[in-house]
Design a protein around this ligand. Structure first.
Ligand SMILES: C[S@@+](CC[C@H](N)C(=O)[O-])C[C@H]1O[C@@H](n2cnc3c(N)ncnc32)[C@H](O)[C@@H]1O
Length: 286
């Protein structure tokens, strides 16, 4: 099931890209290669700013120091990995992602910048890596965990590869305060969104379950912030702009973008109804 799901996720993120034979500089040009929802604060003018805001917030509040050995889990095209490297100057940083095309791009970029010794990338499943125990002092995962099969397996794997007192820093999606398992309509909309956006149903957990999962997997929670209102409405609004649609059609093709625009709308709707929320979490390995 894990392999099947990983393949589904990889297909989702590769759709349109291979077919259009995009050049690598095109990927960099479009959204700087970011794939997250962004943090839409007052005055945020566009997606690039929102994605950069999110990353800055994650780095500033991560508590990761400059001698760190970092795993960037589900790093996408690696844009955040390079940025974390520039900002924190860690001892080394490794980026992993399940989508081969993302890793190809990131590896080429590291080589072209002469950074391939310090910033390494490999295609891997975050729930089952080949790193030895205690290898990293910090693990960052921005928005990947929602897709992982399963989130619980990932948290256990994170605990295994982190050293004692190692830091886990992530952003993720949880069930919102008003989600009600007894309401058939809510469950049906969630089911549909999960199918479109590749969210395994076992990952539908709320704040309480999330905190329990971290605790039971050997983490001490430091920060648990709900950020949904600063994430989904801004992203959904931006996705409906003609300019965004036009640029992204160039990137992924017409049908992929129609699908993604619809998913963004759905996520915006679910957040507005408080059926989902976006969280920023930091925790320490006990
Ligand atoms: C929403 S994107 C976020 C990418 C990046 N962190 C960013 O903010 O730009 C989610 C990423 O998770 C990756 N992913 C999903 N499931 C994964 C898994 N099991 N192992 C590794 N990467 C995975 C996808 O390939 C995709 O690049």
């Amino acid at each position: 099931m894990s392999d099947f799901f990983s393949k589904e996720v990889e297909n989702f993120y590769s759709t349109g890209i291979k077919k259009k034979h995009l050049k690598f500089q095109d990927i960099e040009r479009i959204d700087r290669g970011f794939l997250n929802f962004g943090l839409w604060e007052n005055g945020t003018r566009n997606y690039r700013e929102a994605a950069a805001n999110l990353l800055t917030m994650v780095i500033d509040n991560s508590g990761i120091t400059s001698d760190a050995r970092i795993l960037d889990a589900a790093c996408g095209y690696g844009t955040e990995t390079f940025e974390i490297h520039t900002r924190l100057k860690p001892r080394f940083i490794e980026g992993i992602d399940i989508t081969g095309i993302h890793m190809e791009f990131a590896q080429r970029k590291a080589h072209s910048l002469g950074l391939h010794e310090e910033i390494r990338f490999q295609r891997a499943d975050c729930c089952n890596t080949n790193y030895r125990d205690d290898y990293f002092s910090a693990l960052v995962a921005i928005e990947g965990p929602a897709h992982f099969y399963t989130k619980a397996d990932f948290i256990k794997e994170a605990n295994r590869v982190l050293e004692n007192k190692g830091k886990l820093v992530l952003t993720d999606i949880i069930l919102g305060k008003k989600f009600n398992w007894d309401k058939k309509f809510q469950v049906a909309v969630m089911k549909f969104t999960s199918k479109c956006w590749k969210l395994p149903r076992v990952n539908w957990i709320d704040e309480q379950d999330y905190k329990k999962l971290l605790k039971d997997s050997g983490f001490r929670l430091d920060v648990f912030n709900r950020l949904g209102e600063s994430v989904f409405p801004g992203y959904a609004k931006n996705c409906l702009k003609l300019r965004t649609i036009r640029t992204r059609i160039f990137h992924r093709g017409f049908w992929a973008i129609m699908g993604m625009t619809f998913i963004s709308y759905l996520l915006g709707y679910l957040q507005k109804k408080e059926m989902i929320d976006y969280i920023f979490v930091t925790a320490e390995k006990k």
